[in-house]
Every structure is written in structure tokens, then in C-alpha cells.
Ligand binder design. Structure first.
Ligand code: FES
Length: 162
């Protein structure tokens, strides 16, 4: 079982949830990816000790577990922010000023694309297209889409997300 220096209930709950996930996939072939997905759902990302634990329990070499976790973009090996900002840098958004939007966010939050603020409030990502080209320049925060943004409006939007 993964260990943690904090002894709070949240940790216990996560460990129990991981145990339940493991029981669900016991003796199931191809369980690694669904279990990594469940572990990420539980922990918010894939801590190294959780991958080691799954490696041991599934009797799969850690190198394979790590290889799968790093191959698929859906898996995250670092903690993620409570709010995920996705700035579109596709052609339509690029032409309409996505660079300025991205720059204002980076300067305001002090992080680059792919990074998370130290307080875990935001994770910043860039994407090739959000499917909202008519609203360019566009971004998403979690499941909310915002379009025809200016840098100033963008920063106002972000303040709503605690
Ligand atoms: S290019 Fe930005 S939403 Fe499509």
C-alpha cells in the first residue's frame, strides 16, 4: 500500500478506493490502463508510489507501468491544479490573438504551459483546437468555454475559479 506522511482521513479514503479498484480488476487481463485511470481519478494524478504499488500488485514490471503512464497524454505524473486552463493556439485562435491571451495568463500566474501554480489553483495547457473556432480566440477552464477574449477579460475570467 502506498504510504504517506499525512495521516488524515482523505489519505485513508484514497487508499481504500485504490484497494476497491484493485479488487474489481483482480484476475482481469489488460487491467493496467483502467487501473491507472482509476488511480488518477482517486489521487488527481499518478504518484510514483501508487505506480509502484500497482506494479507490485499486478506483478507487472514498474518500467512497463511507468512506460504506459508516460505514453498516454491522459495520464499525469505531477499534481494538477483544481482548475485546468486550456488555451487554444490553433490557427483560427492564433490569427485572432491567442498569443496575447497565453502570454497574459503566463505572466499573471507565473507559470508556462504544462505547469501548475504552487498553490494548486491552476494548471495551464495549450491545445490545438477546442472546436470553437467561431469564438476565436478561445479557452476553456475546466468544462467552461470562453470566446472572443481579450487578455484583460481572460484574467477576469480566471479570478472566478478558486
Ligand atoms: S482553432 Fe481555436 S477553437 Fe479551433
Amino acid at each position: 500500500m502506498p504510504t504517506c506522511c499525512c495521516q488524515n482521513n482523505a489519505v485513508d479514503d484514497r487508499q481504500k478506493a485504490l484497494q476497491r479498484a484493485l479488487s474489481k480488476y483482480q484476475n482481469t487481463k489488460g487491467a493496467l490502463i483502467p487501473l491507472l485511470q482509476e488511480a488518477q481519478e482517486i489521487y488527481g494524478y499518478l504518484p510514483g508510489e501508487v505506480m509502484q504499488y500497482l506494479s507490485k500488485e499486478l506483478k507487472i514490471p514498474f518500467s512497463k507501468v511507468y512506460g504506459v503512464a508516460t505514453f498516454y497524454a491522459q495520464f499525469h505524473l505531477q499534481p494538477r491544479g483544481r482548475n485546468v486552463i486550456r488555451v487554444c493556439t490553433g490557427t483560427a485562435c492564433h490569427v485572432k490573438g491567442a498569443g496575447g491571451i497565453l502570454q497574459s495568463i503566463q505572466e499573471s500566474l507565473g507559470i508556462k504551459s504544462g505547469e501548475t501554480t504552487a498553490d494548486l489553483r491552476y494548471t495551464l495547457e495549450t491545445v490545438a483546437c477546442l472546436g470553437a473556432c467561431g469564438l476565436a480566440p478561445a479557452m476553456m477552464v475546466n468544462n467552461d468555454t470562453y470566446g472572443r477574449l481579450t487578455p484583460a477579460e481572460t484574467l477576469q475570467v480566471l479570478k472566478q475559479y478558486k
